[in-house]
Structure formats: structure tokens, C-alpha cells
Design a protein around this ligand. Structure first.
Ligand SMILES: Nc1ncnc2c1ncn2[C@@H]1O[C@H](COP(=O)(O)OP(=O)(O)O)[C@@H](O)[C@H]1O
Ligand SMILES: [Mg+2]
Length: 127
């Protein structure tokens, strides 16, 4: 799903939530997944202007889950360790988007080349 504006954030969140619901995730998990999609998509709009969010069902070791990938060719993140700290923001934001998403999801991977772009992949497994 292309992410360019606030309306794209809303529809990515909605579509991700629907897919997770079809997969049988409980309601509390749907909120968690929707929040993660929102935060990652919001960062794309705010920092990279344009990017993509991909939501898909995944399976590993007999577990089923949902994977969200948010990628962009924006400015990238200069200091990833800092960006993952609570309260760190270069835009006067709350600075909880990345660390909060990391805590909410079961798996979290952040790849960023400063000057080239950012890719965040998160997964949540069905209990
Ligand atoms: N896609 C992105 N491209 C470039 N920088 C990003 C991206 N996502 C996050 N960042 C950087 O990481 C910081 C922390 O992000 P986040 O935890 O979501 O907090 P906030 O968005 O409130 O600043 C941001 O302030 C920004 O500097
Ligand atoms: Mg953010």
C-alpha cells in the first residue's frame, strides 16, 4: 500500500486490522497491530514523505502471525540506538512510535541507511 498522506495511514491501518481479524487474532491484538501500522505509516509521512506499507500473513514453526513492513527511500535514521529510545524525537513528537511499536510486537527489525531510507519489519504471532 502506498503511503503519502494521512488518509493512506487510515486505510493501511484499516486494511491491516481486517487481515488480522480474518486470521483470527483476538480484538486486543487487532488494536496492537493497528497501532503499529499507524505509527510506522505516520513516520513515513512525517519523515520520508512517501513510502510503502505491506501487511501479510506469515507462518513459521507452526505459528501463524501477521507481518508489517514499512519502507521508504527517505532521509534514513542517523542514530538507530537513539531513535529507539523513549522520548527521542527530531520533530518535537512524543518519541514513542518506534520504541512503543517494538514493545507491542513480538519481533521488530529496523534497517536504515542514513541518506538512503528506512525499512521496519514487525511481526506478531497468534497465541
Ligand atoms: N521512516 C523514517 N525516516 C527517517 N527518520 C525516521 C523514520 N521513522 C522514525 N525516524 C526518526 O526516529 C525518531 C523517532 O521516531 P518515533 O519513535 O516514531 O518518534 P516521533 O515520530 O514521535 O519523533 C524520529 O523523530 C525521526 O528522527
Ligand atoms: Mg513517530
Amino acid at each position: 500500500m502506498p503511503i503519502d498522506c494521512d488518509a493512506d495511514i487510515v486505510s493501511a491501518r484499516q486494511k491491516g486490522r481486517e487481515l488480522a481479524s480474518q486470521c483470527g487474532f483476538p480484538t486486543t491484538d487487532l488494536a496492537v497491530i493497528a497501532t503499529a501500522i499507524s505509527e510506522l505509516a505516520r513516520n513515513i509521512v512525517r519523515y520520508a514523505v512517501h513510502g510503502e506499507v505491506l501487511v501479510r500473513l506469515v507462518e513459521a514453526d507452526g505459528k501463524r502471525g501477521i507481518e508489517v513492513t514499512a519502507s521508504d527511500d527517505g532521509p534514513g535514521i542517523a542514530d538507530i540506538t537513539l531513535a529507539l529510545q523513549d522520548g527521542y524525537s527530531t520533530s518535537g513528537g512524543l518519541g514513542l512510535g518506534l520504541p512503543g511499536t517494538r514493545r507491542l510486537m513480538d519481533e521488530f527489525e529496523l534497517l536504515s541507511d542514513f541518506g538512503k531510507g528506512t525499512k521496519v519489519t514487525v511481526r506478531r504471532w497468534k497465541r
